[in-house]
Design a protein around this ligand. Sequence first.
Ligand SMILES: [Zn+2]
Ligand SMILES: [Zn+2]
Length: 292
Amino acid sequence: MQPSGPESSKNTTITFVGHSTTLVELSGVRVLTDPIFREKFRLLRRRSRICARRIDASSLDAIVLSHMHFDHMDYPSLRMVPRNVPIFAPVGAGRYLEREVGHEVIELRIGQRVRLGDIEIHATPSLHDSGFYWPFWYPKSVLSFMFVGSHTVFFVGDSALCEDFRDLGRDFDVDVAMLPVWGCGPYLRGHHMTPADAAEALSMLRPRTAIPIHWGTVHPVGPMWRKMAFFADPPHHFAREAARLAPMTEVRVLSPGDKTIIGAKTATESVLQDFGIETLFAGPAPAPAIAG
Ligand SMILES: [Zn+2]
Ligand SMILES: [Zn+2]
């Protein structure tokens, strides 16, 4: 698809809201990933000005949750989204989410797929267990998601580098891979990819376009953290390594709040800071149908 002229609802656009929160607009369907909207959560602070006052998520079609780590699953953020928006989550997450946020939760196992309007959402593997879950009884299952519509978009919440990426690159013709390139705040430990790992993942997935995520959004309390290298460098390190390891892949570095059109050459713009996230949501929600 080569968009030209004004954007239509059939364009594929990716908005990097920040950290692992992205908005994928594909084949007229709007899916939000791992939503974190609060300016303050736990001991972290969020850089972006995107907060509750600016969110109107009334026409989202679905939320996908990769896992129950606190920087990916946040009850207050989920409560900001209307209850009629279904949540697709890993097995075991449903009982907590339904009780705390009241949304319909559709639990998925690796290999299952769901039809939602004109797209399919495939539950795919991640290799991620940092050992830190709170409360400790939260389910430890972790998913990544492949969205298949007019383009194929891959979203990874958290993962170490793993051979599953090679299988996914063989099974799917990936247009866009949104890969985490850093940890949480200044920390990169447990099952996370370094920027170089994420670039190596590109050589396995072989996407046309890559968008680094999970960086530049959250930091511990105090303004000095924003000046530190972890806050800005990871996506550029990733881009340099990707040029070497996966030269066939175009890397687009979006800052939190930026939106890009897939299929357009220079179509990245900052939207959230200028216009507010409410400009991104419109349209009816299609009903999901599970398969696989
Ligand atoms: Zn995690
Ligand atoms: Zn994370």
